[in-house]
Design a protein around this ligand. Structure first.
Ligand code: OGA
Ligand code: MN
Length: 202
């Protein structure tokens, strides 16, 4: 991403606290991520997501996930991880957020699956500061559903369709959001940029 676009993202985070932008990566790089995600899912390497201490698959959350190894990204993940690092360092420089690391996972929502309204930073001590969701779905149409619904400060909401190349960023502690059910399979990468856990040494 060029510096002017990164500056626009920083202004939005410092102002409204959220933003949406297109083409974090070139189309071929996004397609490679989509291909890897679909292949991992087809070979059973994603697992049903859990919320908190839940032991059973939840009706509140129907996606299947697989964490990235941020220190050892695959070839497909490399450009994405580099772009995230560039954003994280820029946020630290301009907003002094003290973000020490990012965590990310693939998520596949089967048709009809949803993620009920929630906050990514549910407890006061949570280390997640910035949420960033990157979408991998080519040719997504409004009638396919599956929007991310972001609940804004003024009581209104903003829907983001999970179109390939699109990224939505928001402050984790400030915006509740939900994933609406889709009529087709929906793939994304959810990422959280984290500050140091209180009391930890890293
Ligand atoms: C999450 C989440 C949103 C999306 O994983 O916490 O809110 O659009 N994902 O996939
Ligand atoms: Mn979330």
């Amino acid at each position: 991403m060029d510096p002017a676009r990164i500056d626009a993202v920083i202004d939005a985070l410092a102002g409204e606290g959220w933003c949406v932008f297109e083409d974090l990566l070139p189309g071929a790089a996004t397609a490679a991520l989509a291909g890897e995600c679909a292949a991992l899912h087809a070979s059973g390497e994603l697992t049903a997501a859990r919320i908190g201490r839940e032991k059973v698959a939840s009706t509140l959350r129907g996606d299947h996930t697989r964490w990235f190894e941020m220190d050892a990204p695959t070839a497909a993940q490399q450009p994405y991880v580099e772009a995230l690092e560039a954003l994280r360092l820029a946020f630290n420089r301009s907003l002094m957020l003290g973000l020490v690391e990012s965590e990310a996972h693939y998520a596949v929502y089967p048709p009809g699956a949803r993620y009920a309204r929630h906050l990514d930073q549910p407890r006061q001590l949570e280390a997640r500061v910035v949420s960033a969701v990157y979408y991998l779905n080519a040719d997504w149409r409004a009638e396919d559903g599956g929007a991310l619904r972001l609940y804004l400060d003024d009581g209104s909401h903003h829907d983001v369709l999970p179109q390939a190349g699109r990224m939505v960023l928001f402050l984790s502690s400030r915006f509740e959001h939900e994933v609406l059910p889709a009529t087709r399979e929906r793939m994304s990468i959810a990422c959280w940029m984290r500050r140091r856990e209180p009391g930890s040494l890293i």
